[in-house]
Structure formats: structure tokens, C-alpha cells
Design a binder for this molecule. Structure first.
Ligand code: CA
Length: 228
């Protein structure tokens, strides 16, 4: 999907760009409304989603959004803002946003909201992830291994979904941290290792091959038992 991130904080812009690119999206970053207008004239109808910060230098994000909708821009816009005031949310949605997410947020929540917005606007989305004998139904939130249902806590679900979206790929602890927790989460703790442990206990059912491999010095990866 072709995504534009309109965000003036370089740290957050980079976080969004990297995360979305890892999900297979093409990302353009604009750091102001003026910059966004320039890119819009280049990308035009190819653009399928905008993530919009409200507090921008110069022209405010809300004004840019009104201008976009007045000009007939129809693709979904999700406001990503530190303003958590109810009035700001109402103003943003009234100006034409499809959804509103408050900073700081976990990356997985953003991905879930993107999927929800795409469903509600009729864009095709994936509803099930299958890797080997593991199956995640993203709509009913049911996880199964070899036909047996697995009960997962919310963070375990998010972590397993991350592994299943990147089978065989080594994910570093910091990648897992920023995807499952928030970018503002303090690194240096062993929370990732602890949760990988929880997840292993649940998905490595007796008689079935273990699935999550530790790659020393690099991180973890999900290896389907049927792969060669
Ligand atoms: Ca800002």
C-alpha cells in the first residue's frame, strides 16, 4: 500500500516509516503541510492512506485535512496525535479523518486500526494468518495450533502475530519491543525474552515441533515445522 506519513517529529516519522516498510508498504514522509501538498501533487491518486499529525509547523494538520477533503481526496486518513482532548478528536473526525490514534501508541494498535479503516472503506485486507500448523484468525481473535485452540494474553497475541507476519525472518529484540510495546518503552529490560518464554510454553504443544528459535546475538525467529 502507498502511505504518506505527515509528521514533523523526525523520531516518530522514522519509527512509522520503518514499521510500515517492514509490513511491505511504500512510505513517503512529509514534515509539514506544505511538504505534504508537494508530495500529493506527485503521488496523487496512487496514495492509499495518510497518517496525519495535527501539531505541524506552520499550517495545522486539521486545516490540511479539511483542504484535502474539500478537494475530493477520498483515501483514508488516520490522525496520529499527542492531543488526547475529546474536542480535538471530534474536530479531527469532523474534518474528515477515518480514525484517531493518540501518542504514544503501540505499533500493533496502529496496524490494527489501519486494517479496520481499510475494511470499512472496502479495501481488501487479510483476515487469517497461517504458518505451518499455526493459524490466527484476525477477526475472531482465535489462535490454533494443529486444530487445538490456544488461549493467548493480549501481548502474546501481538507478539505471535508479529512472528507470523514475518516467518523465517530474524526479529531483533528492539524490533519486537517497538512493535509489541510502544516506541516510548524503556529498553534494557528483558521483557521480550520473558514474553517469548510465555509464548513458547503456549504454542509448543506436547508432541509438536518447537516453533520459535533463538538466534544467538540477533533475536528470535519463527520457523514452521514443515519448512526445509
Ligand atoms: Ca507534531
Amino acid at each position: 500500500m502507498q502511505v504518506m506519513v505527515i509528521e514533523d517529529d523526525p523520531k516518530i516519522a522514522l519509527f512509522l516509516e520503518r514499521g510500515l516498510e517492514a509490513e511491505g508498504h511504500a512510505v513517503t514522509v512529509a514534515s509539514s503541510a506544505e511538504d505534504a501538498r508537494r508530495w500529493l501533487s506527485v503521488l496523487g491518486p496512487e496514495l492509499e492512506l495518510i497518517l496525519l499529525d495535527l501539531g505541524l509547523p506552520g499550517e495545522d494538520g486539521t486545516d490540511l485535512l479539511r483542504w484535502l477533503r474539500a478537494g475530493g481526496f477520498a483515501a483514508p486518513v488516520i490522525v496520529v496525535s499527542a492531543r488526547d482532548d475529546l474536542r480535538d478528536k471530534v474536530t479531527g473526525l469532523d474534518a474528515g479523518a477515518n480514525d484517531y490514534i493518540t501518542k504514544p501508541f503501540a505499533f500493533d494498535e496502529l496496524l490494527a486500526r489501519i486494517r479496520a479503516v481499510r475494511r470499512s472503506t472496502g479495501q481488501p485486507t487479510q483476515t487469517e494468518l497461517v504458518v505451518g500448523d499455526l493459524r490466527l484468525d484476525l477477526l475472531t481473535k482465535v489462535a490454533q495450533r494443529g486444530g487445538r485452540q490456544i488461549e493467548l494474553a493480549p501481548r502474546e497475541w501481538v507478539m505471535l502475530e508479529l512472528f507470523m507476519r514475518h516467518p523465517r525472518q530474524v526479529l531483533s529484540r528492539s524490533q519486537i519491543l517497538s512493535n509489541v510495546w510502544s516506541y516510548s518503552f524503556e529498553p534494557g529490560s528483558n521483557v521480550v525474552d520473558v514474553y517469548v518464554g510465555y509464548l513458547r510454553r503456549k504454542i509448543n504443544l506436547p508432541g509438536l515441533a518447537p516453533l520459535i528459535q533463538t538466534v544467538r546475538g540477533a533475536g528470535y525467529r519463527l520457523l514452521p515445522p514443515t519448512s526445509d
